[in-house]
Design a protein around this ligand. Structure first.
Ligand code: AP5
Ligand code: MG
Length: 214
C-alpha cells in the first residue's frame, strides 16, 4: 500500500504515520525527519535547509524530490510506504507521480488530517520529541511516563527548533498557500480520504485503519 499523509503542521502526521507503519509493516518516509537528520549530521544540504526550516519556510522542491526519489528505491519500500510531509507543493506532487510511474508504482490513498489552527499551536507548543528514535510526546495529550525522558529508548526529550509560536504561525501560512491546494489535487484524482484530526489520537488511528480496510 503506497500512502500519503497530508495535513498542516501539528495535525498528527508523524504520530499517525508511525502507528500505520508499524501496523502495516511498511516504512514511514518523513521528509522533515530526513532533513533534520541531515542538519544533525551537518551535511551541506542540511546546513542549507536549516535556515529555511527555522524560518518556517519550505526547502526547495528539487532538494526534497531528490531525497524522496532515492528513498523510495530502497528495498524496504517494495511492499509500500507512507509519505509524511511530502508532497507539499503541486510541483512536488507532479514530480512524485512521474518518479513513481518510472518505478511502475502509484499512490493508493491520500489521507488528509483536518485540524484547526489554534489546536495546532497548542499541540506544537506542548510537543516533545526524542532526538534518537523520533518518538513524539505531548506534555498533556500523550505524556512520557517519566518527565522529559523517552519511554522507548531513554534519551532526553527535546523541543524542535521550529516549534516557537511565531514560526508555527508562519508554517501554517505556508501550508495554506502552498500545500492546501493538494487537497483538491488529490480529491480530483479520486484518492483523497479526509479524517477529522481533532479527535483523540486512538480515534484518529481507528478511522485511518478503517479507511484503509485494515
Ligand atoms: P515537518 O517535520 O514535516 O513538520 P510539519 O509538517 O510542520 O509537521 P509537524 O511534524 O510539526 O507535525 P505533525 O503533523 O507530524 O504532528 P505530530 O504527529 O508531531 O517539516 C518541518 C520543516 O521541514 C518544514 O517547515 C520545511 O521547512 C521542511 N520540509 C519538510 N518536508 C518538506 C517538503 N516536502 N518540502 C519542503 N520543505 C519540507 O503531532 C504534533 C503534537 O500533537 C505531538 O506532540 C503529538 O503528541 C500531539 N498530537 C498528535 N495527534 C494528536 C491528537 N489527535 N490529539 C492531541 N494531540 C495530538
Ligand atoms: Mg511530523
Amino acid at each position: 500500500m503506497n500512502l500519503i499523509l497530508l495535513g498542516p503542521p501539528g495535525s498528527g502526521k508523524g504520530t499517525q504515520a508511525k502507528m500505520i507503519a508499524q501496523h502495516l509493516g511498511i516504512p514511514q518516509v518523513s521528509t522533515g525527519d530526513m532533513l533534520r537528520a541531515a542538519v544533525k549530521e551537518g551535511t551541506p544540504m542540511g546546513l542549507k535547509a536549516k535556515a529555511m526550516m527555522d524560518a518556517g519556510a519550505l526547502v526547495p522542491d528539487e532538494v526534497v524530490v531528490g531525497i524522496v526519489r532515492e528513498r523510495l528505491q530502497k528495498d524496504d519500500c517494495v511492499n509500500g510506504f507512507i509519505l509524511d510531509g511530502f508532497p507539499r507543493t503541486v510541483a512536488q506532487a507532479d514530480a512524485l507521480q512521474s518518479n513513481l510511474a518510472d518505478l511502475g508504482k502509484s499512490i493508493n490513498m491520500v489521507i488528509s488530517l483536518e485540524v484547526d489552527n489554534e489546536a495546532v499551536v497548542e499541540r506544537i507548543s506542548g510537543r516533545r520529541t526524542c532526538p534518537d528514535c523520533g518518538r513524539m510526546y505531548h506534555v498533556q495529550f500523550d505524556p512520557p511516563e517519566s518527565a522529559d525522558t523517552c519511554g522507548e529508548c531513554g534519551s532526553a526529550l527535546i523541543q524542535r527548533d521550529d516549534d516557537r509560536e511565531a514560526t508555527v504561525r508562519k508554517r501554517l501560512d505556508v501550508y495554506a498557500q502552498q500545500t492546501a491546494p493538494l487537497v483538491e489535487y488529490y480529491n480530483n484524482a479520486g484518492l483523497l480520504k479526509s479524517i477529522d484530526g481533532m479527535q483523540a489520537i486512538q480515534t484518529v488511528q481507528a478511522e485511518i485503519l478503517q479507511a484503509l480496510g485494515c
